[in-house]
Design a binder for this molecule. Structure first.
Ligand SMILES: NC(=O)c1ccc[n+]([C@@H]2O[C@H](COP(=O)([O-])OP(=O)(O)OC[C@H]3O[C@@H](n4cnc5c(N)ncnc54)[C@H](O)[C@@H]3O)[C@@H](O)[C@H]2O)c1
Length: 252
């Protein structure tokens, strides 16, 4: 088993990408902590993993509060004795309704506090534990760290910061044998982009933003997450890896 004996935390583990990743890591031997703001959905994901015969526990977290992220990491160590994989994946998306001039400051700050601060807190708390025996930290960025869409400034800012923090922390944590990498997904068919589903024209446009005219699935992203977490990726460090069917590489 790829992750036999290892312990993984997946934030945003109740949602699309986190849920698929938690399932895959657990099915490959990791003991997984499903961490999310949504306790009902998170408990259900952990229960479903256990029913399939693997090891998972739910732990509540609001990643925008450092003390809660620290408590989550402490829970992993207290429960399973170690932490090997930290997937900082929880995030929110803008509703796309406000341009830079009209954007309320609190809307901007909320996005940054979850998508950016939450990842920083996850890196910081996990590294403090992993420095004893090494580990892998994976952060969820987005193609929106690299290409812009209208009315999504806070999301772009937060995801570009995730890429920057991935590089900066990989550089500092290498000496502890901690790798830090990020994924930059294209549009993935999860609850995050439900608002776009309602309008057929918008949905068709985002499908066409990919080279094979289709959104990705959470499982396709989870496969990359598991690869990055594994020893097969032992020379991958300090970069964000696109999981986007080429979406960020062509002119629309
Ligand atoms: N779906 C896409 O098209 C897409 C594309 C690129 C990047 N991403 C990123 O992937 C990550 C996962 O998104 P998803 O598509 O699975 O969305 P999702 O909405 O299905 O899942 C996100 C999860 O994060 C949780 N969450 C939100 N705020 C939280 C907080 N403060 N603390 C803890 N948990 C919180 C939610 O409860 C939810 O379970 C996000 O960071 C998102 O920005 C998604």
């Amino acid at each position: 088993m790829r992750f036999q004996g290892q312990v993984a935390i997946v934030t945003g583990g109740a949602g699309g990408i986190g849920q698929a990743s938690a399932r895959l890591l657990a099915s490959q031997g990791a003991r997984v902590i499903v961490a999310d703001l949504d306790a009902t959905a998170g408990e259900a994901v952990a229960a479903e993993i256990r029913e399939a015969g693997y090891v998972a526990t739910f732990h509540p977290v609001d990643v925008s509060v450092y003390e809660q992220v620290e408590a989550l990491v402490r829970f992993a160590v207290d429960t399973y004795g170690q932490l090997d994989i930290m997937f900082n994946n929880a995030g929110i998306f803008g509703d796309g309704s406000q341009n830079v001039i009209d954007l309320p400051i609190d809307v901007y700050k909320r996005m940054i506090s979850i998508n950016q601060d939450g990842v920083f807190y996850g890196i910081k708390a996990a590294a403090a534990v992993m420095k004893e025996r090494g580990g892998v930290i994976i952060n969820t960025a987005s193609i929106y760290a690299y290409i812009a869409d209208k009315n999504q400034l806070p999301y772009h800012a937060s995801k570009a910061a995730v890429v920057g923090m991935t590089k900066a922390s990989a550089l500092e944590l290498g000496r502890y044998n901690i790798r830090v990498v990020a994924i930059a997904p294209g549009m993935i068919d999860t609850g995050l982009i439900d608002a776009w589903r309602e309008d057929e024209r918008v949905w068709n446009t985002i499908q066409k933003a990919h080279m094979r005219r289709k959104l990705g699935t959470a499982e396709q992203v989870a496969n990359v997450v598991a690869f990055l977490a594994s020893d097969e990726a032992s020379f991958l460090n300090g970069h964000a890896y696109f999981v986007d069917d080429g979406a960020a590489s062509f002119k629309r």
